[in-house]
Design a protein around this ligand. Structure first.
Ligand code: ATP
Ligand code: MG
Length: 329
């Protein structure tokens, strides 16, 4: 039996090249080596208020982008989280074994709660739901961007705690980070990770941004006071541009050094903009084709649920029986 991979993206805001390089691109690369499940985590999205009409549209958009980026729905299951109730069920059971102090320590909770007037309890519970997403399918590997490392560590801690309280139940999931592109930074501020929830038109490159918009955004990207690329002294803005180029081109460090050393920033920005625009073009084209047929997407999302439901139900039954909850069998 193949090992299982699980990962997810929230259907909020516009998917950006950070999500692509940190997550999606790697999912596409490894999907056939595993039993792969990729989730549209809409229950995570509602940890901060979403306009219902927008959320509904974003879920479909994200499913389209997954497929356009190269997720093969014939092999990999594409699943909308809220269509599989066991995610929420297991989340509650895990909530009950998670010390609240573990959750207050999460840096994402600290960062995201600062931006809210009132903090929903869900924002604090978010990493428990994420642990449930992973443990529900007994996933072995979780390919994510670097910002999710802390949440994954917590998922292992929760699994371990459950196992020690109730007996061996959950597989320990391993984090899989990409070698290049694990943390793409904002183009306007290279000290902050690129995020869907961040505002500012020059912050992120959307996967569906038209080529001319992409080029323009790169021309405005923050660099530093040097005139040209010097790998020894470059600031985080230039390092970020090079990182994006390398992640898309799969060039070696040596190729990168030979090509970019001494290049003036104007040319650097132009070349990175070109690389991104031309890499995204085929994805954008496929996206248009896929979304032209809404019934096709619905069929794929239905099929995804049908495939994963038996796994999810059997984990919840196992957890219930371990905890002493009522089970039919
Ligand atoms: P939000 O701001 O709403 O949290 P996000 O941009 O962080 O949005 P998520 O849906 O939370 O996106 O994350 C989806 C996947 O993309 C995760 O695997 C995450 O690690 C990865 N990811 C997010 N931002 C980056 C980034 N800047 N660089 C690399 N990977 C990223
Ligand atoms: Mg995030």
């Amino acid at each position: 039996m193949k090992a299982r991979v699980l990962s997810g993206v929230q259907p909020t805001g516009n998917l950006h090249i950070g999500n692509y390089l940190g997550a999606l691109k790697n999912w596409v690369k490894i999907q056939y080596d595993y039993d792969s499940i990729f989730c549209i985590v809409d229950l995570h999205a509602i940890t901060v208020y979403q306009k219902p009409e927008e959320l509904r549209a974003k879920i479909r958009e994200l499913a389209g982008i997954f497929i356009a980026a190269g997720i093969d729905p014939k092999h990999s299951s594409i699943v909308v989280q809220s269509s599989v109730p066991p995610h929420a069920e297991l989340s509650w059971m895990l909530t009950c074994v998670t010390p609240i102090g573990w959750l207050y320590r999460m840096t994402q909770f600290k960062a995201k709660s600062e931006a809210q007037d009132t903090i929903g309890d869900g924002l604090l519970q978010y990493p428990v739901l994420m642990a449930a997403d992973i443990l529900l399918y007994q996933a072995n590997i979780v390919p994510v961007g670097d910002d999710q490392s802390q949440h994954l560590e917590l998922a292992r801690d929760i699994a371990q705690r459950f196992n020690s309280l109730y007996g061996e139940t959950f597989v320990m999931p391993a984090t899989k980070l990409p070698t290049v592109g694990a943390r793409v930074m904002g183009l306007d501020d290279p000290e902050k990770k690129m995020s869907k929830s961040a505002t500012g038109s020059g912050h992120a490159i959307g996967l569906l941004d038209p080529p001319n918009v992409i080029r323009k955004k790169f021309m405005k990207a923050t660099t530093d006071s040097n005139p040209a690329v010097d790998l020894a002294t470059m600031g985080p803005g230039v390092a970020n541009l090079l990182n994006i180029f390398q992640a898309l081109s799969d060039w070696t460090d040596e190729q990168m050094r030979a090509h970019f050393s001494g290049m003036r920033y104007g040319d650097l920005k132009k070349q990175v903009g070109e690389m991104v625009a031309s890499s995204l073009e085929p994805i954008q084209q496929r996206y248009q084709e896929i979304t032209a047929d809404p019934a096709y997407l619905d069929g794929i999302l239905r099929e995804g649920v049908e495939r994963v439901m038996p796994i999810a139900n059997s984990t919840v039954e196992l957890v219930k029986s371990r905890m002493g909850l009522y089970t039919r069998s």
